[in-house]
Write a protein that binds this ligand. Structure first.
Ligand code: ADP
Ligand code: MG
Length: 604
């Protein structure tokens, strides 16, 4: 038998290594930004086209490379950052594995321009799929520019595996934020398809956080600062009342490197003990500094997980420090997420309203000045969605689902007597039917009604929009603005009408008819956070998420008093739905009790 084992050619080895280092455009962004930081840059620009799928370019004013280094930098295991194995245990650079550039050059079209300060001329190198295409002297400024074009051009399977531009942009922005948060002293610029997404000047940490997450973040931050022998902890946690229902703004940096650690996260969450509602996640930006020789960064190719020598001590210290700071700042206890959204004034809405205080122009056509107002705070604004009372849908849906046996209950339209409705505990609406009673969960039922309504208007593209007399300007973080921008068309289908987009605000001229002006901020914020949770594939549209999100946010809540008219309308609208029996999130919207079942209650 002949020998069959051979060494893989370099370009194949590089492609394999790329599989580990480069999963998506965001991985390239991370590696290039880190190289710029290691090169001592004070200004870093990131330019993207099509979420990085077409172009990722990083331009820095760092120390640049000599001609030979420029060539060497694309060799595998070529690095200027460590020389011997011991160096691994005393790292102070981001990179050290010497495989990022080699991997990237194996799977994209790369152009490098670089010049050291003292040199007259710089070097320009073009590489495609590990092959050097050209090398020239060029005249260029001090520093390095690397363009990575057509990522995965030679690995169609990987390219097809990439998600939609919205999703990939989000990943890129996540990486960008992590690097920018770790280095507030460095100025960063991010352009996407020629739009400026971030323009971050060199500043202190608080300002950096605020310039990334928006001015409303400022009032939320509680400072953390603790120095001990084995650990320094600095940074901020957000006050518990601003905790999110989704993990989002949770950042740990260890020796200026973003890391993921469920163990340390647990320590922080634990420090919030008793201050958070169940299921709420605190936001935090925590910077730990430990001696470089007490951690191992080399356990993961992307270096986002690290091993600590004295994990337990760190846990205890972190927990105690956060707890102490929360106590010192006397932060307010729990707020109820589920309270009636009608009672909330979105606080930053007020802040921005000073720019253009928009008087309310929405006229309630059902307003009756003679109607007795019982409890204004919890009075609903329930607007009937549909006037039609078609009951066929009830039969079809009942026939197919678990409510099958109830089919027999409704032999004709007259069966449900909506004139006799009754609200129970401001939570349920009871309606009598000939063969018994139907008990409707008001909030879940309304979710179903709104969901179908939105879905229809979004997909049929005939949303009813109401124009605002005075456009409303709302502040968002740049990331949020970028997300809104990518779903702009879908939002327009839903009835939103946008005027001006800036880096940190959007001006809205029109809104869906079912939305009131005071809720614009809330529903957009909720929508963004819902979309953030979804990991849709490339073909995914946001329609369903959007309809669900709006329905959830706008539905009348438990605790809302409904007038008799509103109760009737709710019952009618529910049973005009295509799928009246379940909420958009899969919960039952109503239950029936037949006369037989009621009788049985009394016979046993
Ligand atoms: P690593 O960062 O692990 O050393 P890379 O493949 O990312 O490996 O880079 C290889 C080498 O190329 C680096 O060690 C560094 O010397 C050089 N290099 C890469 N990017 C830059 C840059 N932006 N400015 C200066 N030198 C760079
Ligand atoms: Mg590197």
């Amino acid at each position: 038998m002949p020998d069959i084992i051979q060494l893989l050619p370099d370009h194949v080895a590089n492609q394999i290594a790329a599989g580990e280092v480069v999963q998506r455009p965001a991985s390239v962004v991370k590696e290039l930004l880190e190289n710029a930081i290691d090169a001592g840059a004070t200004n870093i620009k990131l330019l993207l086209k099509d979420a990085g799928k077409t172009l990722i370019q990083v331009i820095d004013d760092g120390k640049g490379m000599s001609v030979t280094d420029a060539r060497m930098s694309f060799e595998r295991h070529a690095t200027s950052k460590i020389q011997k194995a011991e160096d691994l245990f005393n790292l102070c650079t981001k990179g050290f594995r010497g495989e990022a550039l080699a991997s990237i050059a194996a799977i994209a079209h790369v152009e490098l321009k670089t010049k050291q300060a003292q040199e007259e001329l710089g070097t320009c190198l073009k590489i495609e799929g590990s092959n050097i295409i050209s090398q020239d002297f060029i005249s260029t400024g001090k520093g390095t520019s690397i363009s990575v074009k057509n990522l995965f051009y030679n690995i169609p399977a990987r390219r097809n595996f990439l998600k939609s531009d919205t999703v990939e942009t989000r990943h890129v922005i996540d990486e960008f934020q992590r690097v920018a948060l770790a280095h507030p002293n460095i100025a960063f610029l991010l352009h996407h398809n020629d739009n400026e997404v971030y323009h971050l000047k060199s500043c202190n940490l608080r300002k950096r956080i605020v310039s990334i997450f928006g001015i409303k973040m400022n009032e939320k931050l509680v400072p953390i600062d603790e120095q001990t022998d084995i650990l320094n902890i600095e940074g901020f946690v957000a006050k518990p009342e601003f905790a999110k229902r989704k993990r989002g703004e949770q950042f740990f940096f260890v020796n200026n490197r973003f890391i993921k650690s469920s163990y340390l996260n647990h320590a922080v969450v634990n420090a919030f003990d008793g201050l958070l509602e169940q299921g709420a996640h605190p936001s935090y930006f925590l910077y730990l500094t430990v001696p470089a020789n007490t951690i191992d960064i080399n356990i993961h190719p992307t270096k986002t997980e690290i091993k600590f020598d004295n994990e337990k001590a760190l846990y205890a210290m972190l927990r105690a420090t956060v707890k102490h700071s929360l106590g010192q700042y006397n932060v307010a206890p729990v707020l109820d997420f589920n309270r009636d959204a009608n009672l909330d004034t979105p606080y930053h809405f007020n802040a921005t309203a000073s720019a253009a205080k928009a008087p309310k122009i929405i006229v309630d056509p059902n307003f009756n000045p003679f109607k007795e107002e019982k409890n204004t705070a919890s009075q609903s604004n329930y607007k009937p969605q549909k006037q039609t009372e078609s009951w066929e849908s009830l039969y079809t849906s009942l026939a197919v689902d678990t409510f099958e046996k109830q089919e027999v209950l409704f032999d004709n339209q007259q069966e449900i007597d909506t004139k006799k409705t009754f609200q129970i505990q401001r939570k349920y609406v009871l309606s009598s039917i000939k063969s018994g009673v139907v008990l409707i969960h008001q909030s879940l039922a309304h979710q179903r009604i709104l969901y179908e309504d939105f879905l229809e208007s979004i997909t049929v593209k005939e949303a009813n929009s109401q124009q605002l007399l005075f456009p409303v300007k709302i502040s968002f973080s740049s990331k949020e603005i970028e997300m809104i921008y990518t779903i702009k068309t879908e939002l327009e289908n839903a009835g939103f009408y946008f005027d001006e987009f800036t880096k940190d605000s959007v001006t809205i001229k029109g809104i869906p008819v079912s939305v009131t002006e005071s809720k614009i901020t809330i529903i957009l914020e909720e929508l963004l956070s819902d979309i953030d949770l979804e990991v849709p594939d490339a073909s995914f549209s946001h329609f369903d998420v959007m309809a669900k999100s709006f329905a959830k946010t706008l539905s009348i809540k438990t605790g809302t008093q409904l007038s008799e008219k509103e109760q009737e309308a709710l019952v009618n609208d529910l049973f005009s739905c295509k799928e009246p029996s379940i909420s958009p999130f899969g919960k039952a919207t109503f239950k029936t009790l037949t006369l037989n079942e009621i009788d049985n209650l009394f016979t046993s």
